[in-house]
Design a protein around this ligand. Structure first.
Ligand code: THU
Length: 131
């Protein structure tokens, strides 16, 4: 699969980020099984803890539209290394697809591919002790 369109979508979504406190805009694009794509960007708040990460905004948009069959996620930020989803986002992504493929890109063209299984092993066993 050519992941470049999804990465381009994440870069475009990054342009809508509300990140006045960190100065670190992030974009996300979530590809669903039917080919639809949902976008997210980080939405920060003066009460810092209320900040929503780009990944979770994209998931919320998809779920609100009735989509849960997530195939692949792209995230993009301007950083030397590619960005990496925070622990909370990893857990929320795992709720829907623990084997999700994640493409992380910076704006210099560096892209890394991860499996969510690597980013968050044993995602469900810690909470409900599911097998
Ligand atoms: N952030 C994301 O939106 N996604 C990530 O994968 C990493 C971090 C946001 C949260 C906060 O608004 C800013 O980036 C700095 O951490």
């Amino acid at each position: 699969m050519d992941h470049s369109p999804l990465i381009r979508a994440a870069i475009e979504a990054r342009g809508n980020a509300h990140a006045p406190y960190s100065g670190f805009p992030v974009g996300a694009a979530l590809l669903c099984g039917d080919g639809s794509v949902f976008l997210g960007c980080n939405v920060e708040n003066l009460s810092f803890g209320l900040t929503m990460c780009a990944e979770r905004v994209a998931i919320g948009a998809a779920v609100a539209a009735g989509k849960r069959d997530f195939q692949c996620l792209a995230i993009a930020a301007e950083s030397d290394e590619v960005p990496s989803p925070c622990g909370a986002c990893r857990q929320v992504l795992a709720e829907f697809n623990p084997e999700l493929t994640v493409f992380s890109a910076n704006l210099s063209g560096k892209v890394e591919r991860f499996s969510l299984e690597i980013l968050l092993p044993r995602a469900s066993t810690g909470i409900l002790n599911r097998p």
